[in-house]
Ligand binder design. Structure first.
Ligand SMILES: Nc1ncnc2c1ncn2[C@@H]1O[C@H](COP(=O)(O)OP(=O)(O)OP(=O)(O)O)[C@@H](O)[C@H]1O
Ligand SMILES: [Mg+2]
Length: 259
């Protein structure tokens, strides 16, 4: 089981859009895929058209190891399941703090379903918190969407610094640009500058497109309503690049190609 997290301290950068679309493509690639919606906003749960409900709330979810497999819901997509969020996750940090070994609790819970999945994608809230410490500890790779703006890039620098200060391996950081408008000079310049300083940057990027913004209207992955369009193809290229970077050997139809 390989664990990915779509993570960025900054909000509104495309974490959930990436989690949902990459999960869809992972499922299409033949991987048994689980998305865990860890954000109280429940945006991933909404896109997957699953009822936002955690029976007994986040406290019960954390306390009972056997509960996690029961929380799993099927989605409409091939090979993709979801652990939905609900508003009780706003207390996740407080509830985690009550647990033994709080910074590894989520990882321990995930152990209860690890044999059922090849790929897990954690969709995270935009914070640095006890919950995100759990995510950083358990994820094999952090997929970090970045908007080409100075503040977004600064947030990545802060994350990298956090890794270095805590002796974590920065090779597990997989940044890529999202919501890119190549007509903007600033976007082009910032991408070139960032790539020169951060060789780990994936060359595939997600453009700013109303087709992607419309996920909220369709409540679906882009691949499900416009897979052959520019947005669908951008996520497909991103998924291929991620598979290649993270050496995920496909079991299904897709195969890795150059980034
Ligand atoms: N490539 C894109 N082009 C246009 N709109 C996009 C794109 N990616 C995401 N959006 C839109 O931007 C908004 C924020 O995206 P998303 O919810 O994926 O970000 P997020 O990082 O998960 O936000 P949060 O920090 O609130 O969890 C959403 O309304 C989404 O539909
Ligand atoms: Mg989100």
């Amino acid at each position: 089981m390989k664990i990915f997290a779509t993570y960025n301290i900054k909000g509104g950068v495309g974490k959930t859009a990436s989690a949902v679309n990459l999960a869809y493509l992972s499922g299409q690639s033949g991987f048994r895929t689980l998305v865990w919606d860890l954000d109280a906003q429940g945006a991933a749960t909404y896109y997957f058209r699953v009822t936002p409900h955690i029976k007994g709330g986040s406290e019960r979810l954390l306390r009972r190891k056997k509960y996690l497999p029961k929380a799993v819901r099927e989605t409409a997509y091939l090979n993709v399941d979801l652990i939905p969020s609900d508003f009780s996750l706003r207390n996740l940090d407080l509830d985690l703090a009550e647990e033994k070994n709080p910074e590894r609790r989520l990882s321990k819970l995930l152990g209860g379903v690890k044999n059922n999945y090849d790929v897990v994608i954690l969709d995270c809230a935009p914070t640095i918190s006890l919950a995100s410490e759990n995510v950083i500890n358990m994820a094999d790779w952090l997929l970090v969407p970045l908007i080409p703006t100075h503040l977004s890039i600064r947030a990545y620098d802060q994350l990298k610094e956090f890794f270095l200060l805590n002796g974590l391996d920065t090779n597990h950081l997989v940044p890529f640009f999202s919501m890119v408008d190549k007509r903007k000079r600033l976007h082009k310049d910032l991408i070139v500058e960032f790539a020169a300083e951060n060789p780990e940057l994936l060359r595939s990027y997600i453009p700013y497109l109303s087709q992607i913004e419309q996920m909220g209207v369709h409540r679906a992955s882009v691949g499900a309503y416009a897979g052959a369009g520019v947005g669908g193809r951008a996520f497909e290229a991103l998924w291929q690049a991620i598979m290649k970077r993270t050496v995920l050997a496909p079991t299904g139809g897709s195969s890795a190609r150059d980034e």
